[in-house]
Ligand binder design. Structure first.
Ligand code: ADP
Ligand code: MG
Length: 475
């Protein structure tokens, strides 16, 4: 960063749209499946034909509340849906149904960790609205095509206060949101398929100033990496303008990932005339305490809380705890195995190691993984043999891992007599190396251990073998 840049501070507010993974649309029964034939998931209600009557999807409302509770928002009890009127080819009704003055969740925070530490990003609101259709520009060279399958799919829009200051914070914030919606199982978080979309509002101001600068809004950010890049180039562009004394025009801009630049798509007039009014076909809806308590009771332990518990209750390192709780399914799996064995660190090692290589990382039942771990912890089977030989057998045969270990002769030999024989044989076979070792080339111990392992077909306990070798070689 040049010295000039340090005179300015960037201010960023993010708007994240998350498609809720309800089976059907927000106001009708059309399915929300992704990737179907264009225009096959569209009913008269999606199109807003006269006389059709929308009905609110309760699951969507529940999902929005779950997100609000997870972020510590206040939940609005008296809600209504409003029509936001505008014309766009992919908006079949000519209006979008949204929440206007009564977002279902207000306030709240999302905790992030950056290189500077932990910070809680302030939310402004979370509201429910329906998605529009999709305009497709890259199939027909002469025409824009319209696919209305997506029209009416439920979204939540999560809006922050202008509370972020760096692209790193934005990156961590969207990463945290994606993790949270997946954790709650309310959105698949897939940015490539557009299930999670983010617009970045960016302005700059002199350091120390309390007033906000004029903002630009950057759209079409289809990955978290691109969001970070777009923010960086936009901050640099704005600082250059302001530094040169040129005005910043309030604009909507688009990010071009091929050239790493942003370009204006429209200048934004301040007063868009959306002519909001309460949707006359949808009755206002009140949330009861019973419903809210129901939803609270069914909430999973949140990722940050679990991350702490994995460290305090299960004694995992910060790194291991983060690794095994990246996805909720992983965390659930860890906890299920932990119900069968207290070798918690070993569970984490198995999950991050041998199980990662399986096509289905959770194909092994928690109970059977625990049985495998017990075999290794007791010293009956050596870890690498367990990972490389026993695990594939356990995946193929329903037998108890201990029985399979016996059957396939994978039990580690800890019997001193037997080990002694192998060690003697190896030392007799390599007199030169023994002399070298005795002259000080202590690194050769690895070679001897390796030879004993080979001779025993992997069954010799390397710890005991090392001890025996060291004893004999020091004589
Ligand atoms: P709009 O009506 O243009 O959508 P909103 O007031 O709804 O604007 O804010 C949209 C987003 O922009 C919010 O996340 C908000 O925090 C952010 N925002 C508003 N003003 C600024 C600003 N001057 N600089 C950066 N972000 C801003
Ligand atoms: Mg906006």
């Amino acid at each position: 960063m040049s010295e000039t840049n340090q005179q300015y501070e960037a201010v960023i507010g993010l708007e994240v749209h998350a498609q809720l993974s309800t089976r059907t649309k927000l106001f009708c029964g059309d399915t929300t499946l992704f990737g179907q034939e264009p225009n096959t998931q569209v009913s008269a209600i999606s199109l807003g034909h006269p006389g059709t009557l929308p009905k609110t999807n309760e699951a969507a409302v529940r999902y929005a509340i779950m997100m609000g509770l997870a972020c510590g928002c206040s939940i609005t009890k008296d809600n209504y849906f409003a029509r936001k009127n505008y014309f766009y080819p992919d908006l079949p009704k000519g209006y979008q149904i949204s929440q206007h003055t009564t977002p279902i969740c207000t306030g709240g925070t999302v905790e992030i960790t950056t290189s500077l530490g932990k910070r809680a990003i302030q939310l402004n609101r979370i509201h429910i609205e329906e998605d529009a259709g999709k305009s497709i520009h890259d199939i027909d060279p002469d025409n824009t095509l319209i696919d209305l399958n997506r029209a009416g799919t439920p979204l939540i829009e999560i809006v922050t206060e202008p509370d972020l200051h760096t692209s790193e914070e934005a990156y961590e914030y969207v990463t945290a949101i994606r993790k949270l919606v997946r954790w709650l199982n309310i959105c698949d978080g897939n940015m490539e398929e557009g299930s999670l979309r983010c617009d970045a509002n960016i302005s700059v101001r002199p350091v120390g100033s309390k007033t906000l600068g004029t903002k630009v809004e950057v759209k079409n950010l289809n990955s978290i990496r691109n969001l970070k890049k777009a923010i960086d180039v936009e901050i640099a562009r704005l600082i250059k303008l302001v530094d040169a004394g040129e005005p910043v025009i309030q604009q909507t801009r688009s990010f071009d990932a091929d050239t790493d630049t942003t370009f204006a798509i429209r200048d934004k007039e301040d007063a868009n005339d959306y002519r909001y009014f309460p949707d006359p076909d949808l009755a206002p809806f009140q949330l009861t305490d019973t419903l809210l308590n129901d939803i609270k009771a069914a909430m999973p332990v949140l990722p940050n809380v679990l991350l702490q518990q994995l460290q305090t209750i299960y004694g995992l390192s910060t790194y291991d705890a983060a690794q095994v709780s990246e996805e909720k399914t992983d965390a659930d799996y860890f906890l299920a195995v932990a119900a069968h064995t207290k070798a918690y660190k070993a569970i984490a090692n198995w999950m991050m190691g041998p199980l990662k290589l399986l096509p289905d990382q959770q194909a092994l039942t928690p109970e059977r993984l625990a049985q495998l771990i017990v075999l290794v912890e007791s010293g009956d089977v050596n870890f690498s043999i367990a990972a490389q030989k026993l695990l594939p057998l356990v995946m193929q045969h329903p037998d108890h891992p201990a029985d399979l270990a016996k059957q396939y002769q994978l039990i580690q030999v800890q019997d001193n007599q037997q080990l002694d024989n192998w060690v003697n044989l190896v030392l007799e076979k390599m007199p030169d190396k023994v002399t070298e070792y005795k002259k000080g080339k202590k690194g050769l111990i690895g070679l001897f251990v390796g030879e004993v392992k080979k001779m025993s077909k992997g069954q010799a306990d390397p710890k005991i073998v090392t001890q025996l070798l060291e004893e004999k070689l020091s004589q």
